[in-house]
Ligand binder design. Sequence first.
Ligand code: NAD
Length: 344
Amino acid sequence: MTDVYVGSGLLERLPSILRSKRRRATLVTDSALAGTLGRRLAAAFRKAGWEAPLFVLPRGETAKSLASVARLWDFLLKTGHERRDPVVALGGGTVGDAAGFAAATWMRGVPLVQVPTTLLAQADSCLGGKTAVNLPGAKNAVGAFHQPDAAVADVGTLKTLPERDYRSGLAEVVKYGLVLDAAFARELDRRWGLLERRESAALSWAVGRSLRLKAGIVAEDERDFSGRRELLNFGHTLGHALESASDYRVRHGEAVAFGMRAAVLLSGPLKEAALIERLLDRLPFPSLAGIRGKALFRLLARDKKARGGVPVFVLLQGLARPLRTQTVDERQVLAVLAALGVKP
Ligand SMILES: NC(=O)c1ccc[n+]([C@@H]2O[C@H](COP(=O)([O-])OP(=O)(O)OC[C@H]3O[C@@H](n4cnc5c(N)ncnc54)[C@H](O)[C@@H]3O)[C@@H](O)[C@H]2O)c1
C-alpha cells in the first residue's frame, strides 16, 4: 500500500513524513527543476539532518533511457545507496518513471517515494507502480511494476508549471470523472474556473479525488491483468498512437484529450453528452499537422492491447459507465478521425 499525501507546503515536510532512523535517501530530479524545487528539497533534507545526495536527469523523455538510468545506477553505487534507503523522485512523469525503474532494479528493489510536480504526475502517474524506460521507437518498452512506499503531491509546486503542461494534465483529471465518477465529473464542471486559476484547495481536491479513484482500481488489478485497470486507458489507445505519430510534439494529456473525444464519438449518443462535451471542449486540442488517419490506424493495430491487428478501445455507455475492450474496425476509426479533422 502506498501512503498518499496531497496538499500545499508538503515539500519542506517530506523528511518528517518519511520518518527514517537512518536519514539517508537519494533525491532524483531533472535539469529543469534542479536549481529550484530540487534545491528546495535538498535543503529541507539537509536541515532535517539527512544525507541526501541529488542526482539530475536530463529533462523530458531523454530521462527515460537506459543510458540515463545506467548513470543513476552508477551514482547509487558511488554514493553508497543501501537497500533500505529510499529513492525520492521529484518531477514529472518522466522523472517518476526513470527514477522508479532505477529503484525497482537497484539491489533488486529499494523503497521509492514519488514527489510529483506536474499535474499529470500528481493526478495519475505517481500511483500504480508502473515504471519504465523507452527504447528507440518503443515507448515504455522496458520496465517493472514497483509500488511506491509514498506519494507526496504538493500542489503548491504546480504554480510554476508552464501553462501547456498544466492544461495537458487536466485531461487525466477529466478522464477519472468521465470513466469512474459522475459526481466528480459534475463537480469538475462547477469548479473549472478555480482549477484554471490553480487555486490550491480546488487542486488538492481534484488531485486527491483522482488518486483515490486510481488507488481503488490499482488495488483490484495491480499488474494490469484482470482488465479493471484497462478502464484507465480511456482515451489512451488513440492517444498513444497520436503521441507517437507526432514524434512526441503532442503532449501526453493533449493526445489523451483527443483520444477521449474520439472514444466518445465511437460510443454513439450518450445521455450526458452536454456535460461530457463541455468538459472535453475545455481541454487543449492538439495540432494535427502532418498526421494522417491511415498511419494512425496502423499504429493502433500494433498497440500492446490490439487483438489480431484490430484495435481495442474503452468506450462509454454513459457518464462513468465504461465499456472495456471494444474492438473497432478501420472504417469506423477513420470516420471518427475525419470528423475530428484528421486527413485520411
Ligand atoms: N507510470 C505511469 O503510470 C504513467 C502514467 C502516465 C504517464 N506516464 C509518463 O509520464 C511522462 C509524462 O510526464 P509529464 O507530463 O509530467 O512530463 P515531464 O516529466 O516531461 O514534465 C514536463 C516538463 O515540465 C517540467 N516541470 C515539471 N514540474 C514542474 C514544475 N512544478 N514547474 C515547472 N516546470 C516543471 C519538467 O522539467 C519538464 O520539462 C511520459 O513519459 C509518460 O509515459 C507514466
